[in-house]
Design a binder for this molecule. Sequence first.
Ligand code: ZN
Length: 508
Amino acid sequence: MARVMIDRASENLRPLKERLATIKDIHSAASVLAWDRQTYMPEGGVGGRAEQLASLARTAHEMLVSPETGRLLEDAGGREPGSDDAALLRLARREHDRAVRLPARLVAETSRVTALAEVAWIQARTHSDWSKFAPHLDQILALKQEEADYLDGEHPYDAMLDRYDPGSSTERLVVMFDELKAGIVPLVSEISASLGEDRAAPLRGAFDEAAQEAFGREIISSFGYDWSRGRQDRAVHPFCINFGDPGDVRITTRFDPELLSVGLFATYHEAGHALYEQGVDPSYSRTPLAGGVSMGVHESQSRLWENLVARSRPFWSHFQPKLRKAFPGVLDGVDIETMYRAVNAVRPSEVRTEADELTYDLHVLLRFELEVGLFEGNLTVADLPEAWNTKMEEYLGIVPENDALGVLQDTHWAIGYFGYFPSYTLGNVLSVQLFETALKERPGIVPGMERGEFGDLLGWLRENVHRHGKKYEPDDLIAHSTGRPPDTAPYLRYLESKFGELYGLKPL
Ligand code: ZN
């Protein structure tokens, strides 16, 4: 009898699942077009491609908010707590509820305004002319504030965060950033006071691009990136993209022929995102459960491979001799320790994407505080350039030479991505919490890294993070896998011990 009821219950979900699969397919098809736009599309395709993407986005949105989808969700009732179907319904209802609260006019207007703003931002940044971008940002901010009103969070900025990191809140992030600020700012100023030598010098030289590419491919193959389910191409801004299924997860990278670190770490970073997507349970494909659970957890995976693995001594003890062989004559005399110090050189700088591991979060903190100020109404768009420079001086001890290297450097605001930046720091925090737990549970991880083998580490991540896709809420996933909620303490301990040792600081 129970068997019959269960069968009937899953039978009831079939029309809903088919509908959700179609919506997912439309998004995935749009992702293929987006991948093509950023890799191989000729310049002449820009206008046509924007229309194609807008049509697909509109079609998917209309299907999601349609009364038919609403009725299917209502009729679906409840499912056994903890089951895949219960999680699927929770996610589908959340997506549907969010979408129906936003008027179609607002969605269309945001898409139109940001398309124009992105072009204006490129111009503004090229000429370092804030006035070219400010009116566009005013419009975007007004639309985003309107969106926040419709979504009705506890704090107006919460609605922005929720899109990227469900369960996150302004209140929680204020606490997290306060803890990080208290730990990192004194460490940076202590190190800055003793900056004499240029430790990153070995990374500059003439590095053949084909050799860089071959070396990067060898390393991410050893991480476990599956080339039969992915590929790597070049892009100006490297990214990882998937099409709703772990069978095709692509990455892009870029190379600087005069600066080795750019290509290497972009490759490791994107491969970290891709390993996550390739590890999601294949039965979740074409459902709301497919893919990484949040941007914070996603960044934890990319930063784990980029920093905790590829900026570590065990890693370089194995790979530095290979790197020297890959670039004969360029890295002669650069031993393991020199390389380890080079890839961990601290130097407060203007640009976030070029920041070292220690100062990176201060760039994010600055953006977080400005965004909260904008949404609380304590700050206007006109105030941003000056507020930016003041905070740069306060946290990093430098003032950008111009706005192109300051307030205009990121694309996020131009494309409407308010609330995205904190995911980067959340990712850093979570990466250490996860890695620490993995090392405790699998003592073979570090000896493996010294042999250039990463199966133990990937196995732990697959088991505890990757395979679950979006099934659990981000906080629950972290609590399941590490035994406690997200916590800054392991991250701060890691930074203090790593950089304290590298720069010979006395324990704080
Ligand atoms: Zn990333």
